[in-house]
Design a protein around this ligand. Sequence first.
Ligand code: 5GP
Length: 183
Amino acid sequence: MRHKLLVVSGPSGVGKGTLVKALKARRSDVTESVSCTTRPPREGEKHGREYFFLSKEEFLRRIAENDFLEYDEHFGNYYGTPKSFVQEMLKSKSVILEIDVVGALNTKKAIPESVLIMIAPPSLEELKRRLTGRGTETQEAIENRLSRLEYELSQKDKYDYTVVNDDLERALKELETILDSAD
Ligand code: 5GP
């Protein structure tokens, strides 16, 4: 079977990182892309593992060379999915990109065969309660997060699949079915 490019999005707190990690652990034919960024590494981060850390000049050069499937700016730094790296990995495995809605839709434009998967919470009310109940944030930060949550979930009709993360094992099985489905 041909390998797939899976693009996984979902609101903060929905557990998409855990799902992706569990899928990689279970399937040796699945790997995750490593993005490029111009932000400096945080403590413990390794070049080529969490990110490829690039200078702004290098990032801009690679934009000019059309070497990103998609890229965006967050908090004043550039982030992008390296096209040549993903294409190389796709020769031997299916590849997962974990990116936000804007990045996912841009990826679909660049590679129409990519499979967009939205991870949704079983209960919107419960996720909202969790996101507002951390207790360490300002009202403004909470409201930002909630409006982002509403926005992301409102885009789910543009995705190929929505997987509800109600139960890890069940959601994983659903991801595996998508992975193994014919094109
Ligand atoms: P952080 O600096 O905390 O690792 O990530 C900041 C933001 O950049 C997060 O919202 C993350 O999803 C986003 N991001 C990371 N890699 C990429 C990428 O390759 N493309 C896009 N569009 N966003 C990314």
